[in-house]
Unconditional design. Structure first.
Length: 111
């Protein structure tokens, strides 16, 4: 099981932090957490990948599902602080164009 922290910040922003390997086993949990955050009224979500050591297609799918859920609720999902392993997966799948990584969590929703 992966550990996922959730923090609600001022300005209606929720920060979700998966710690460890974001693989097929953990993807379902992340998808559920992101859905719960949005269902709770927080539609601007930042997934902080600074503590994520591995990302596979299932984990990426969970992030994309969260993006879709947030956008359907009138918000958005951004990613921040991806590790080199995560960046590699994003670049190989061209998802870095859709989920443009931000350098910091605080700056994820800056212009």
């Amino acid at each position: 099981m992966i550990e996922i922290d959730v923090e609600k910040r001022t300005g209606g922003i929720g920060v979700v932090r998966p710690h460890g390997r974001l693989n097929m086993v953990a993807a379902r949990q992340l998808r559920e957490v992101l859905g719960e955050v949005v269902a709770g009224g927080v539609t601007r979500v930042v997934v902080d990948l600074g503590e994520t050591s591995f990302l596979d297609s299932s984990g990426l799918g969970a992030i994309i599902a969260g993006l879709k859920t947030a956008r359907q609720a009138g918000g958005d999902l951004r990613i921040a602080r991806p590790t080199p392993a995560v960046v590699t997966v994003l670049e190989l799948t061209n998802m870095d164009r859709v989920l443009r990584p931000r350098d910091t969590v605080d700056g994820a929703y800056d212009a």
